[in-house]
Ligand binder design. Structure first.
Ligand code: ZN
Ligand code: MN
Ligand code: MN
Length: 335
């Protein structure tokens, strides 16, 4: 295979042989000459654009920011991510420190140098944007505003948020709170960060576990071009969407399209589920080892409506598999 464009790694011109941690060694390019593709994980997405492989997808994980923000970019690169998700600060509290400009600059420099895209932020755990209690609601709204601001400074295109709980006061109250929070926060944000609403597993009192619920939220949002959707496969499955088979996946996505519109889908959270279909339990499992299974993920990864989107995992790390293992599994299932 001839690649004449300058590549960051290898430095060869003309006939270039690539190799990778991904098992591409027997990939038969154009059905004739067997070429080993040796790509650094970083160049994977760049190369895919260059030669236009239909088999290339953008895969990544939620990565820890432990130590410093730019360490997350280092970790993502080491694991072999094309894209990644992170928190911009400790997710377990309300309090946080402002980011200093050197830290921000170092982070942006590394993200660019490593070719990681998109980088996504996830809202911290405590905020409840549907909360009927004023104090928590106000703190939650303040957190959302701050996160949008931090994302803008870090030049992150997406902020993923959970939709909260109405705490038994009813979905109408929750919806009113949530729509208000989104409209209020977006009206003060500078316009470059898109907010992604994440579908939920359907736990008691939770908002947004069905496509219809998400549509209702989107209908109330004034900033239609800046609020979109993140689809979590484990949450959808736990909420009753059967994505275990090709038919199930096609069915679910066509429902998504008719209720919400696939153009609003910007990101996939790719997680298998420890809970059964419709269990309402939010417990993530390694790709293929849970109730969704490999067949379901293969169908998802091969669906033409999703292939251009980033796939980000929030999978466990244990004796069965680590982060690299899940990346490898997803790349294999996408072939
Ligand atoms: Zn989430
Ligand atoms: Mn998720
Ligand atoms: Mn979850």
């Amino acid at each position: 295979m001839e690649v004449l464009a300058p590549l960051r790694y290898g430095g060869h011109r003309g006939r270039v042989r690539f190799y990778s941690h991904i098992n591409f060694s027997d990939f038969d390019y154009r059905g004739n000459n067997r070429t080993a593709f040796v790509v650094s994980p970083l160049d994977f997405s760049a190369l895919s654009r260059l030669v236009g492989f239909s088999t290339m997808i953008r895969v990544g994980l939620h990565v820890s920011i432990s130590g410093a923000l730019d360490k997350a970019a280092d970790r993502a690169k080491e694991i072999g991510c094309d894209t990644f998700q992170m928190f911009t600060r400790n997710p377990r509290g309300w309090k946080f420190k402002a980011m200093d400009s050197e830290q921000v600059a170092e982070f942006k420099k590394k993200v660019k140098a490593y070719g990681l895209s998109p980088v996504v932020s996830h809202m911290p755990y405590l905020p409840n944007l549907s909360c009927p209690k004023k104090l928590i609601y106000n703190k939650s709204l303040k957190t959302l505003r701050a996160e949008l601001d931090r994302c803008a400074k870090l030049e992150l295109p997406y902020l993923v948020t959970h939709l909260g709980s109405h705490l038994g006061k009813g979905p109408e109250i929750g919806l009113e709170r949530l729509v208000n929070a989104v409209n209020s926060a977006m009206s003060e944000s500078n316009g470059h960060v898109r907010l992604l609403l994440e579908n939920t597993a359907g736990q008691k009192n939770s908002m947004g576990s069905s496509f219809e619920d998400i549509r209702r939220i989107l209908e109330g949002v004034k900033w239609k071009d800046r609020v979109d959707v993140c689809f979590d496969t484990a949450h959808a499955f736990a909420a009753g969407y059967d994505i275990r088979t090709g038919d199930g996946v096609r069915d679910t996505l066509s429902k998504f399209d008719s209720v919400i519109g696939l153009e609003r889908l910007k990101l996939l959270h790719l997680n298998d589920s420890k809970g059964e279909l419709g269990s309402g339990r939010d417990r993530h499992e390694h790709i293929g080892l849970g109730y969704i299974g490999e067949k379901g993920f293969r169908a998802l990864l091969k669906h033409e409506a999703l292939r251009e989107l980033p796939f980000i995992m929030e999978t466990p790390i244990d004796e069965r598999r680590d982060d690299m293992g899940n990346i490898k599994k997803v790349r294999e299932l996408a072939l």
